[in-house]
Design a protein. Sequence first.
Length: 309
Amino acid sequence: MSAEGSKKAIIAALSANAGIAVAKFAGFAITGSSSMLAEGVHSVADTANQGLLLVGQNRAGKRADKLHPFGYGRSRYFYSFIVALVIFALGSLFALYEGVEKITHAHDHGLESPLVAVIILLVAICLESYSFATAVRESRPLKGSASWWRFIRNSRNPELPVVLLEDTGALIGLVLALGGVGLTMITGDAIWDGIGTVCIGVLLGVIAIVLIVEMKSLLIGEGATDEEERQILDALAADGVDRVIHMKTQYLGPDELLVAAKIAMPPSADLATVATAIDDAEGRIRAALPQARIIYLEPDIDRSGLGQG
């Protein structure tokens, strides 16, 4: 369900961004607005990013093999990390360069038919709002009662936070571009168009840095959340298990959690009892967390009284 919801959000964003990019470049060609050009490049980057996210999902679906015995689930993290780099390099740096150039040479740049740019930006806001609404709707089941910022920071699903932040940045960027063009129309000074472009560059830079930090963490490997860890411990510490000596978890992909634990068994338990207790514990974990697909449980005798673990 996580991957399906992500794909819906990605396709909605890709469709909206492709159409918006064409409209923005047409607007730039007509008006000469640097804000429109920066937003056009931003939309091209976003469209390419959605394609990369789809490639990542496709690669993650490959079956495990001898070289990658735990599968290719982390492909989704890798391609999401590339997306963050694209936003920074193609979106932020280009907008900053174009904005500074426009401010420096504002007297050489004027806007022609600025009303065209305003109309295009308003239409783009409507299309981006549709994409953003889709991402929000698909994210709600995973977000639960947490705040949106907490969801972005803690989610093990890479695509939905990426699309959410991209769409948020796109909507704010469109408002900034609209402000730059509007102030240029009112004052007759093209410097406002350049200032709007620089603001777009800063905005995209902040979003890119947040995504780079989050995707790097996922790519290196993150464990279960605090709530998920509590559920696993509760599932383990039941009939047949004295206590959990220690446990480690790691997400091998957004929908695949590895659980490894050493569990203390009663000293009197025979081999058949231990095997049954382990099977039952694995069943309880999978019932509580379906994404816990790989589970390794090591039985041991509780030596806590001897100071050993």
